[in-house]
Design a binder for this molecule. Sequence first.
Ligand code: ATP
Length: 455
Amino acid sequence: MPPVTADKVMEKLVSLAKRRGFVFQSSEIYGGLGSVWDYGPLGVELKKNIKERWWRSMVHERDDIEGLDAAILMHPKVWEASGHVAGFTDPLVDCKQCKNRFRADDPRIKGTPGQPDAQCPVCGSKGTLTAPRQFNLMFKTFMGPVEEQAAVIYMRPETAQGIYVNYLNVLQSSRQKIPFGIAQVGKAFRNEITPGNFIFRTREFEQMEMQFFVKPGSETEWFEFWRGERMKWVEGLGIRSAKLRWHQHDKNELAHYAKDAYDIQYEFPFGWQEFEGIHNRTDFDLSNHQKHAGKKLDYLDPKTSERFIPYVVETSAGADRTTLVVLCDAYTEEEVRAEEGAEGGGDQRVVLKLKPSLAPLKAAVFPLVNKDGMPELAHRIHDDLRRHFNVFYDDGGSIGRRYRRQDEAGTPFGITIDGQSTQDQTVTVRDRDTLKQDRVATAKLVEYLTQKLAG
Ligand code: ATP
């Protein structure tokens, strides 16, 4: 099969995502809403598996991290204290000719926006781009019935602030001691100027964030520790390591709160891009909240009796971007070799080679034909397996077609009930990636799958 070009890969992935029920465009019947996406039956499972894996490793498997689920709506002063009202902006440029909008740092713009030489990357006009003006990325809404300035509140643009304002509550109720962390998964909203690339940059998205509170002076050590841990976690998703790399922010890239920051980047079909950041946020957030709220947020070290405002090392991942990384990395087009005869030699297939533990469906159960006792046995097996795993029953179409549908869904195992099964209570289990078939006793299926799905 000839190699596929980058934009074609994204096009194919978006189309597979829709066809198989991973991701749909929001409000599609009304023409869609710009850069907002909905997760379908398989997508919600995949994203949930990624979030649960994150929660397990960041909260359940650690003694020094607590979970939190803070509200999306927060006191508007939070965003003044955090610097988002003043500083969470992107430079926006308009084309007076074609009315398109761009970030001033859009690499497609030639020349300096606002100057006669600047060229619009869409309509090609010269001198029509306005000088950049700062555009705040926070969505505003109103609390209560009156739409006035005093009632303005914001949809949170990051989950982190919900953690900072609760840091003392968690510290006191959990009886943790510094160093310790608070983890949270939740929605965030950014009115991005140039969203795009499917679920890569959207206006509503989910973050998986952890803030680790440490003694000032120990933050560099913890920063390195968390960099190591997060890369291990990402590799544990089954992502090819050649497609992963670190990117350290230079001075111009650093966010208003950060002293040092590294991104984990993935080589998407559209290039190397960040999907997780590790940030040294110093005592910026807690100090500012202490000042603006007029509440003491310092920590009394019980051993040394020292008082200090903790420094924060943040790990901030996007659940949707991580889902896109997993999908891109799993997407494979390949030829089925002749020796895999039963599957049709020379045939082409699209397969999502998802790590089995992340796959939305763990197995699909197929009666070979809809007679001779096969459907009855297949239903019994399906009912038994669904108590343990998310499994799917499919009796529609040829067995080859059923395998192909599950290949596209990334289902790691196909269980076929054939004539022999009704005689000796064994079934074939087809491996999605190798196409090899094992004959397994029905009584051993749960054990067989449990072992294969571990990790
Ligand atoms: P970018 O430079 O791509 O806009 P950022 O540096 O602003 O990202 P952070 O503020 O560090 O991103 O957010 C942490 C993570 O949240 C990102 O690594 C990404 O996975 C996710 N994220 C941020 N903005 C978006 C968005 N608009 N859509 C989807 N995910 C996002």
